[in-house]
Every structure is written in structure tokens, then in C-alpha cells.
Design a protein around this ligand. Structure first.
Ligand SMILES: *Cc1c(COP(=O)(O)O)cnc(C)c1O
Length: 400
């Protein structure tokens, strides 16, 4: 039998050849519009820290205080006795923020998705997914053992067709529809009200992943569900705590009964050490901040900068997708071309991730620009000049 490392070397060479090899970058600075990597300052259009909270003094202070009071680690899973006051306070704050009876936090959004979907549906049930849902939802659905049906992205007719199919073929099955509210790689929004009406018509349940909407939409900035006013009609609300909330973790918000079920059934919750209490405390501080006037001010700055970024891209001869979110994808299609352009931008000290298969479909590679409330017009002027010198430069793309 060949050595494991030889087989791996072949696989890595194949990935490299198809422009799909990835590697890690290390930052020597906190997240912000300007980060330092390898001693070089980079202008950052890659983070999901939309409101600029990841390094906000209010979060840092709350984390430090909890670190001093509760220590570095939770010591065990929540059920074994790893749950501390900051975990409980965060869940109360989340339930109030989202307007639900209860909430449960997980170490990551990925774990929240897997634990929840597998607790609610299983073999013999049906899960209906939007084509573009996040990998953690796809993995969760597969692991649940339920029958999976996928509808074309944001296509209500396609969703209805699959709901009808499930109703006819599996009348006794539980049916769970899952969508994101703001799609992570495309930045577009789901038609939540229509989806809610359809799932009600067919007696299905709905889970909405608000990873990229929490903190940004709705009167109280809790998410797109709030903006659509459908909070009491969505059975399972998922949030992640590491994007606009600037900290880390995942959460499920819903009825007390749902949360009690998850405490008893969600394996990534039961069999995993509780997140550090300082992280929970920092997230609670983030929720207070988002709900305050400063949260509204930051959101308004974010939308203003989003519009400015759109203008910058258009004026540089690039048409981003038409979206109403801080995620602006520039779809180039070809993987190698996309990575070459990301490489050219990096040579100009600008960090924009090239997103390619398997994160998006083959031939759908893109530069994914994200903007935050803390970016300014100088940052965009730098981006614009880099983009114009790239398009005026040689036709031969440099290797990334
Ligand atoms: C980031 C993300 C997740 C996973 O959340 P983590 O806390 O990073 O594990 C889930 N869903 C979507 C749409 C995401 O973008």
C-alpha cells in the first residue's frame, strides 16, 4: 500500500493544478479594516465583522472581566457542569433580542446547525433546502438521515413543487424547509414572507439561518425575520455570533420546548465542552451594543459604506451582484482568473478573498468583497486605484 503522505501529495498537486489549493494566512493584528500579516499592512475587504465589533472596547472589556471572574475554560460540557453565569446571561439576552421564548448557544454556528437539524428530523422525514445554503446546513441535513430535496435558489415555484411532492409521497413525514436570510456568498436576501406562507400552506416547518443578517436588519437589528415581521411564524431561528456580533459561537432561538429538546438531543451541544465564558460575556456585550443607539449608528454607517463600495466597483468597471447587504460578490467565473485577480489585489496590499469550488459551484468563482461600518472613503479610494491599475495592467494574469 502506498504511503499516506504520497497519496496526499498527489491530491494536493491535483488541487493546485486546478487552482483550488488553499492555504492559511496569519494575522498579527485584531480584525479591522486594516490588518497586519507578515509585517505588511493590508486593507481588509474580507471579514464578516460588519459592524466593527470584533475589537470593540465594550466587547474586549466584558470578555476580560469574565476571564478574570470565571477563568479561561468552561471545564466540561454544559450538561456535565460546564455552564456558567455568562452562558445563561447570553441565552437570556439572545431570546430577548430575537423575541423568542428561549435560546441555546453552541460553540459554533456549524455545531448549531448539525445539532438542531439532527434533533428535529431523521430517517423517513424530508428536508427541503435552498440550493445555496451554507455547507453546515447541507452536512446537517445529510447527517440527519432525512430525505433531502433541493430547490433552485430563491425559487418559490421550485420550493412549492418540492413541498407538494413531500406532501403526496410522504404524508406522515416531518417536513423541514431550511434557508438563509442573507446568503453568505451572494449577499442576496430570501423572500421570507413568501417562504413562510408556502411552508404554512403545506404544513412544513421552517428554519432560517440568520448568520449574515443578525445585527443588520429589522427595527431592533435582530435580523431579516424581524424586518419581515414573521418571528412568530418561523419555528427555528439560527444565528451566528462571530459575524456582525463580533465574537464567536452559534445560537438557536425558538420555543422553550424546542430548546429543551436540543438540550436533550443535540449531540454537538451534549458532547462538547462549553465555549469559554469570556466569549459568552463578550457576545452579551455585543448584543447590548447592537440594540443601543450606537448599534443603529453603526448600521447606518455600514449601509452608507456599502453604497460607496458599490459605486467604487461600478466606477472601476466591475458590476457587483445587485444586493442589499454588505456582501458584494464580483463573479468572474473562472477559478484561476479569480485567484489571479485576488493575488494582484494582494500585491497592492488589499485583501479580498477569491471564493471558489467547493464553497461555490464550479465556474462560479468570485471575489467576495465585504465592507464594515469602520471602513472609510480613503479605503475605497485605495481600492479604486488598485482596481484601475489592475485592469490597465498586462493581459497576462500573474500567478496567485
Ligand atoms: C459562517 C456561517 C455559518 C457557520 O457559523 P460559524 O459560527 O462560523 O461556525 C453558518 N451559516 C452561514 C450562512 C454562515 O455564513
Amino acid at each position: 500500500m502506498a504511503e499516506l503522505n504520497d497519496i496526499i501529495a498527489d491530491e494536493l498537486a491535483d488541487l493546485e493544478q486546478s487552482g483550488l489549493l488553499r492555504s492559511l494566512r496569519t494575522l498579527d493584528s485584531p480584525q479591522s479594516p486594516h490588518v497586519v500579516s507578515d509585517g505588511e499592512e493590508l486593507l481588509n475587504f474580507s471579514s464578516n465583522d460588519y459592524l466593527g465589533l470584533a475589537n470593540h472596547p465594550a466587547l474586549v472589556e466584558a470578555g476580560q472581566k469574565a476571564l478574570a471572574e470565571f477563568g479561561a475554560g468552561a471545564g466540561a460540557s454544559r450538561l456535565i457542569c460546564g455552564g456558567q453565569k455568562p452562558h445563561q446571561e447570553l441565552e437570556s439576552a439572545l431570546a430577548e433580542f430575537k423575541g423568542t421564548e428561549a435560546a441555546l448557544t453552541f460553540a459554533t454556528g456549524y455545531a448549531a446547525a448539525v445539532g438542531t437539524v439532527c434533533s428535529v428530523v431523521g430517517k423517513g422525514d424530508v428536508v427541503i433546502l435552498d440550493k445555496l445554503v451554507h455547507a453546515c446546513i447541507v452536512d446537517a441535513a445529510k447527517l440527519s438521515g432525512a430525505t433531502i430535496r433541493v430547490f433552485p435558489h430563491n425559487d418559490l415555484g421550485g420550493l412549492e413543487k418540492r413541498l407538494k411532492w413531500a406532501d403526496e409521497k410522504h404524508p406522515q413525514a416531518r417536513k423541514l424547509v431550511i434557508t438563509e436570510s442573507v446568503f453568505s456568498m451572494d449577499g442576496d436576501l430570501a423572500p421570507l414572507l413568501n417562504i413562510v406562507e408556502l411552508k404554512e400552506q403545506y404544513g412544513a416547518w421552517l428554519m432560517v439561518d440568520e448568520a449574515h443578517a443578525t445585527g443588520l436588519f429589522g427595527e431592533g437589528r435582530s435580523g431579516l425575520i424581524q424586518e419581515f415581521g414573521v418571528g412568530d411564524r418561523v419555528e427555528i431561528q439560527m444565528a451566528t455570533l462571530g459575524k456582525a456580533l463580533g465574537a464567536s459561537g452559534g445560537a438557536i432561538c425558538g420555543s422553550r420546548k424546542l430548546i429543551d429538546l436540543l438540550i436533550n438531543q443535540a449531540r454537538p451541544f451534549i458532547y462538547s465542552t462549553a465555549p469559554p465564558p469570556c466569549s459568552a460575556a463578550a457576545t452579551t456585550a455585543a448584543i447590548s451594543l447592537v440594540r443601543s443607539q450606537e448599534g443603529e449608528t453603526r448600521r447606518q454607517r455600514l449601509w452608507a459604506m456599502t453604497e460607496n463600495l458599490k459605486t467604487t466597483l461600478l466606477e472601476s468597471g466591475h458590476a457587483p451582484g445587485i444586493v442589499r447587504s454588505p456582501i458584494l460578490p464580483l463573479i468572474l467565473g473562472d477559478e484561476a482568473k479569480t485567484m489571479a485577480m485576488a493575488g494582484q489585489l494582494q500585491e497592492a496590499a488589499i485583501l479580498v478573498p477569491g471564493i471558489r469550488y467547493p464553497t461555490v459551484a464550479r465556474g462560479q468563482a468570485r471575489l467576495r468583497f465585504t465592507i464594515t461600518a469602520d471602513h472609510n472613503l480613503d479605503d475605497l479610494a485605495k481600492l479604486q486605484s488598485a482596481l484601475s491599475s489592475i485592469s490597465n495592467g498586462s493581459e497576462e494574469p500573474q500567478d496567485a
